[in-house]
Design a protein around this ligand. Structure first.
Ligand SMILES: C[S@@+](CC[C@H](N)C(=O)[O-])C[C@H]1O[C@@H](n2cnc3c(N)ncnc32)[C@H](O)[C@@H]1O
Length: 357
């Protein structure tokens, strides 16, 4: 990699990530102001079991995420992210910020309303599972509207003060290693099937398609609205098939997918459905196939357990607490997926699992 090229890339990376972190930190502070106190007046908050957060650890793990990402870019493991190579659209950023704050008021209202957490849409749909039709995070319309899909990325980046995409991209080094391994065995990228299940608005797929454009990619989500957002975000690729389907009943033949990824899907699923999805992933993976599981860090992974305890008290996250207490090998091993390494990147853990050959 040439020194001058890397110098430019480093400058672009630093400037881009600094601007991004600043922008979403401003949203975070403005959102806190709009939302106000977490507990309703007169309610005594339940005492916390975990110790107070170690703020130095929080800051260091945040910086370490970007440091590791830069090292991967400098080594050529993956490209300077697409978003940082292009000037952002200021009007879109401002509009999304405004809508984020409007929605924060609605979120706050539901958080302080008894039953606000299980409010389902008036037009409940018989073709979707009941557990799915909740306003997760107290967001308006749950997963089921274009407005929800449009605000989602700003909500995630604000929650993680600009680190959301960088955390998702911790999947890319694993993906690159797997593709190199398959290439050494004579299978080029254009023969490899990759599926992002619960793809949401397509944030991981944008980076996958940007870096590995020849892959045969599949985007799956149960929300048509989120899937349409993925379609627009990845329109630069003609190699992606978009499918609305439940993760627990994928429309793929046994052993037909080489690599599956899921990001922030499992903590949204009831425990029984988690086991069904684990079995379904094992069914559709080829023997020897790889599953990349990205989701929240869990209890004991960091010294920041109190954040995990706080999250479901602030936002409607009915299955988060049980997810954070689930040992991932206990979830995936019975399905036939054996653990093969993991990495914590700020508040997200990437865990790799392999189906036996
Ligand atoms: C927290 S979002 C994560 C989205 C995306 N992977 C990301 O990185 O931001 C969870 C996504 O999973 C989808 N989802 C939830 N339950 C699902 C299920 N049973 N089958 C398929 N998708 C599901 C939701 O529609 C939503 O888009």
């Amino acid at each position: 990699m040439d020194v001058i090229g890397n110098g430019f890339r480093r400058a672009a990376y630093s400037a881009g990530t600094t601007a991004r972190v600043g922008w979403y930190t401003m949203h975070y502070l403005a959102g806190r102001h709009v939302v106000g106190p977490i507990t309703s007046p007169g309610n005594v908050p339940k005492p916390m079991k975990s110790s107070p957060p170690d703020l130095a650890e929080l800051r260091d793990s945040f910086r370490d995420l970007f440091r590791r990402e830069w090292n991967d870019i400098a080594k050529g493991t993956y490209k300077l992210p697409r978003d940082l190579r292009r000037a952002p659209n200021p009007w879109r950023l401002i509009r999304n910020g405004r809508d984020y704050l409007r929605e924060a008021k609605m979120v706050s209202r539901r958080a302080h309303t008894r039953g606000g957490g299980v409010e389902v849409r008036a037009n409940r749909r018989g073709d979707l599972p009941g557990y799915y039709q909740q306003n997760f995070h107290f967001q308006s319309d749950g997963w089921l509207s274009d407005d929800s899909a449009r605000i989602y990325d700003t909500q995630v980046e604000t929650l993680f003060t600009g680190a959301g995409d960088a955390m998702r991209r911790r999947a890319l080094p694993y993906l690159k290693r797997e593709l190199d391994r398959l290439a050494a065995a004579g299978r080029g990228q254009d023969e490899v099937v990759f599926a992002d299940i619960g793809c949401g608005t397509g944030r991981l797929l944008v980076d996958v398609a940007d870096n590995f454009p020849e892959l045969r990619m599949h985007a799956v989500d149960l929300s048509e609205n989120y899937l349409n957002t993925t379609r627009r975000a990845t329109s630069f690729s003609d190699r992606i098939v978009y499918t609305q389907a439940p993760a627990e009943r994928l429309p793929y033949a046994d052993g037909s997918v080489d690599i599956i990824a899921s990001v922030y899907l499992f903590h949204e699923l009831p425990p029984k459905v988690r086991r069904e999805v684990a079995a379904e992933f094992a069914r559709v993976l080829r023997p020897g196939g790889l599953y990349l599981h990205l989701d929240s860090v869990q209890y004991g992974d960091t010294g920041l357990d109190i954040l995990l305890e706080t999250f479901p008290r602030v936002l409607h996250e009915p299955y988060y607490e049980s997810y954070c207490n689930t040992a991932l090998p206990d979830l995936f091993a019975p399905a036939g997926l054996a653990p093969e390494g993991q990495e914590v990147g700020f508040l997200t853990k990437t865990s790799a699992f392999r189906k036996a050959s």
